[in-house]
Design a protein around this ligand. Structure first.
Ligand SMILES: Cc1ncc(COP(=O)(O)O)c(C=O)c1O
Length: 365
């Protein structure tokens, strides 16, 4: 038995996402890049690289990781590059996408050996949660003024537009893309490639993949561009669990079970977005609030149903623990950092990384 807590990446559950990605690639002509901001656990890149074209990044560290550990096509993007990092970014990228005209003007000459792109902001929201909405009012994420963009068209041959956010609704994607075409139509035909970013939940159950592929293909043909997608969550959805053990149970009017993990430290995104974790099948007579072991009063994974009473030593699998989890884990309270384990396609499980006191010490000084 592997010591908990640990993230368990199951390649048999990752594979169906990869197969859908391959389908989209084949039927739409788009190229698909893994968004490392969401998932950067390189131990499973051996599987993923057979189905995806490369990676996209948000920083120097990510672009290097993409080049060194994934390979294929490596896109560099950052909200802002610093002077001291730009040379290394350029050395590790095939394409560089600038977030603003200011950054483009500052670094375009240095990056003249690469394909250069600009992020456009269509100011169309797919999310009502402004924390995660790139098109929120006064957003710093990309340029929106066509007249200003016109002035730098001689220095770019591509665009990146990311305005979807966990979008499961193909109709909404389709409508927003039409609005983008209306707004930026005069520019799209003058570049060679357009990345439509991430945030599209096309690997989810029931998503109309053929309509999606046809829409991407029509966009590509209408404007004469190579389309890219940057799936993060869609690449790894439902592939991973966080395995935890009950350390204590108590009743304060509700049944509580405290586990050897922390939502604050190990699944921070859920806390930020005020979402519950998922436990399956979540049926049975016994209801428990599953709580983390950090000191944070709200360190709560959620309330779930179980077939029997929980007791110390019981193991629980928190579902869907791949995206924006391992990339955000932290040492809050010094809580033991979950190991990372991989279930191979033949069913064998191997621990690929363990973290100990030395890692905790090394994270501070
Ligand atoms: C530019 C860009 N590309 C891709 C992604 C990946 O998004 P998702 O994980 O929702 O697919 C993001 C997420 O914020 C992003 O900002």
């Amino acid at each position: 038995m592997i010591q908990t807590p640990y993230y368990l990446i199951d390649k048999t559950r990752l594979l169906p996402n990869m197969e859908k990605i391959a389908y989209v690639r084949e039927h739409s002509g788009a190229k698909l890049l893994l968004a490392l901001k969401c998932f950067a656990t390189w131990s499973v890149f051996d599987l993923m690289r057979d189905y995806m074209d490369g990676t996209t990044s948000s920083s120097l560290n990510e672009v290097r990781l993409g080049r060194e550990k994934f390979g294929g096509e490596t896109h560099a993007y950052s909200v802002a590059y610093a002077d001291h990092e730009i040379d290394e970014v350029i050395a590790n990228a095939d394409k560089i996408i600038f977030n603003s005209i200011g950054q483009l003007e500052r670094f375009a000459d240095k990056a003249s050996g690469l394909a250069r792109g600009l992020r456009l902001n269509p100011q169309i929201s797919s999310s009502s949660f402004d924390l995660a909405d790139p098109a929120r009012p006064f957003s710093r994420l990309g340029e929106w003024d066509v007249a200003r963009i016109e002035t730098v068209m001689d220095r770019v041959n591509g665009f990146m537009i990311h305005n979807n956010c966990e979008n499961k609704d193909f109709g909404l994607f389709d409508r927003m893309l039409s609005q983008i075409e209306e707004r930026f139509g005069s520019l799209l035909g003058r570049v060679e490639w357009v990345s439509l970013g991430g945030g599209i939940h096309f690997t989810g159950e029931g998503y109309p993949l053929d309509a999606f592929c046809a829409r991407l293909k029509a966009f590509s043909e209408r404007h004469g561009v190579q389309v890219y997608l940057e799936p993060g969550e869609a690449s790894i959805t439902k592939s991973t669990t966080l395995e935890v053990t009950v350390l204590d149970t108590l009743n304060n009017g509700k049944n509580l079970a405290i586990v050897d993990s922390s939502i604050e430290a190990h699944m921070l995104d859920l806390l930020i977005y005020r979402e519950n974790a998922k436990v399956e099948p979540n049926t049975g007579e016994h209801s428990y609030m599953i709580c983390g072991k950090s000191c944070l009063a709200g360190d709560i994974f959620g309330e779930f149903r179980f077939e029997r009473e929980l007791k110390v030593g019981d193991r629980i699998s928190i579902q869907d623990a791949a995206g924006y989890t391992m990339v955000k884990k932290n040492w809050f309270n010094g809580v033991r950092m979950p190991s990372i384990a991989v279930r191979e396609l033949d069913g064998t499980v191997r621990v690929v990384r363990e973290f100990g006191f030395e890692d905790y010490v090394a994270s501070l000084s």
